[in-house]
Design a protein around this ligand. Structure first.
Ligand SMILES: Cc1cccc2c(=O)nc(N)[nH]c12
Ligand SMILES: [Zn+2]
Length: 371
């Protein structure tokens, strides 16, 4: 049974520190969750992910539904056993991935038909199918089946989509039986329209979920709109439940999320940009694969104590990218995951010591953000 404990609220912002108790351990929040889309955090072993400070990882219903299929993971004893990760796991419900990955998708009240992006086969996901798949996976936190509406979108489109997502949330809740072991989170939608965000949040809170996600943001909207909608929306979410902002993972967005009352965030960025040769460092982004580092024998980030920064130089990492060595992906993934999990740990400590805004200012100056 999932329980959230609010430990401290910051005085001058909506930032807060808490703990989420799950069957697979306690999560200290605020927390950044690395994404392991297809039952692996790309190029990392679970032991490495754990050593980097990650407390909970994500996996994806859409991908695992298509390959290897929920039956195989259920036969393996569930996702924890299958991938040898014994901490908490959160699975997304599949809706978002259908819209971002598949072709020929058709949304009806019943659910979504689409063509698999792998072999073009006809597939169907619905609130009930999504819950059944997540139940087979055995994740600790499961997400309601929703539509993450595109941006920009008309008020009429968002209103219709949001109300259908609310009806789908009710179907998820009615269908979900394994409530002791899997906490179902509702996902607030409503696009960039405050009255629709309010209605979505209130309708979901009335269904009394154990936690709430804010979806439909970081979908291409300007940052100031995202922050404004997020700040407005979290006011309608209960203080005694976890709040999760989906799909956010750059340092500035993590600071903004925490500042406006968010406890959990996830993003593929740290491992995705790593494979593209980019590192997030204490002095901003470093394009480590860039030829200018050919003879730069300094560490990737002199203020970082991760395995990569302690043992390798920019010149070596650039060499690995230059000759397409797989170790390049691993070394930058190690650093980027550590960087974001460490950042959230530092943010948590700053809230506990009543210096969140000072820490944000200090980090922004060092990273090169304008506040
Ligand atoms: C992964 C992700 C990112 C961003 C937004 C969303 C969303 O609105 N709904 C779901 N289910 N997932 C999302
Ligand atoms: Zn490092």
């Amino acid at each position: 049974m999932l329980e959230y404990k609010l430990i401290k609220k910051s005085k001058d912002t909506k930032a807060r520190v808490g703990e989420i108790k799950t069957n697979h351990g306690i999560i200290k929040t605020p927390v950044f969750m690395p994404v392991g889309t297809r039952a692996t955090v790309k190029t990392m072993t679970p032991e490495e992910v754990k050593d980097l400070g990650a407390q909970i990882i994500l996996s994806n219903t859409y991908h695992l539904f298509l390959r290897p299929g929920p039956e195989i993971i259920e036969k393996a004893g569930g996702l924890h056993k299958f991938m040898n990760w014994h901490g908490p796991i959160l699975t997304d419900s599949g809706g978002f991935q259908v819209f971002s990955l598949s072709a020929n998708r058709k949304i009806t009240e019943e659910g979504v038909t689409f063509r698999s992006h792998i072999d073009g086969s006809k597939q169907f996901l619905s609130p009930e199918v999504s819950i059944d798949v997540q139940n087979s996976l055995g994740s600790d936190i499961i997400m309601a089946f929703d539509e993450c509406a595109p941006y920009p979108a008309t008020y009429e489109y968002i209103e219709h989509s949001m109300n259908r997502t609310t009806r789908w949330a009710k179907r998820c809740k009615d269908h979900h039986k394994n409530t002791d072991n899997q906490a179902l989170f509702g996902i607030v939608q409503g696009g960039m329209y405050k009255d629709l965000r309010k209605k979505s949040a209130e309708d979901l809170v009335a269904m009394d979920f154990p936690g709430y996600a804010v979806g439909g943001l970081s979908v291409g909207e300007p940052k100031d709109i995202m922050v404004d909608i997020l700040d407005y929306t979290t006011d309608f979410l209960p203080e005694d439940k976890p709040r999760y902002l989906m799909g956010v993972g750059t340092p500035d967005y993590l600071f903004e999320a925490v500042e406006h009352g968010i406890d959990m965030a996830d993003c593929v960025l740290p491992t995705r940009i790593a494979r593209n040769g980019t590192a997030m460092t204490s002095v901003g982004r470093v394009i480590a694969k860039n030829g200018k580092y050919k003879e730069d024998f300094t560490s990737l980030d002199e203020n970082c104590d991760c395995y990569t920064c302690k043992n390798y130089t920019k010149a070596y990492i650039r060499h690995l990218f230059n000759v397409n060595e797989i170790l390049a992906y691993r070394l930058l993934s190690i650093h980027n995951i550590y960087f974001l999990t460490k950042l959230m740990e530092n943010i948590r400590n700053a809230i506990l010591e009543d210096r969140f805004l000072e820490y944000k200012k200090e980090f922004y100056e060092s990273y090169g953000y304008e506040d």
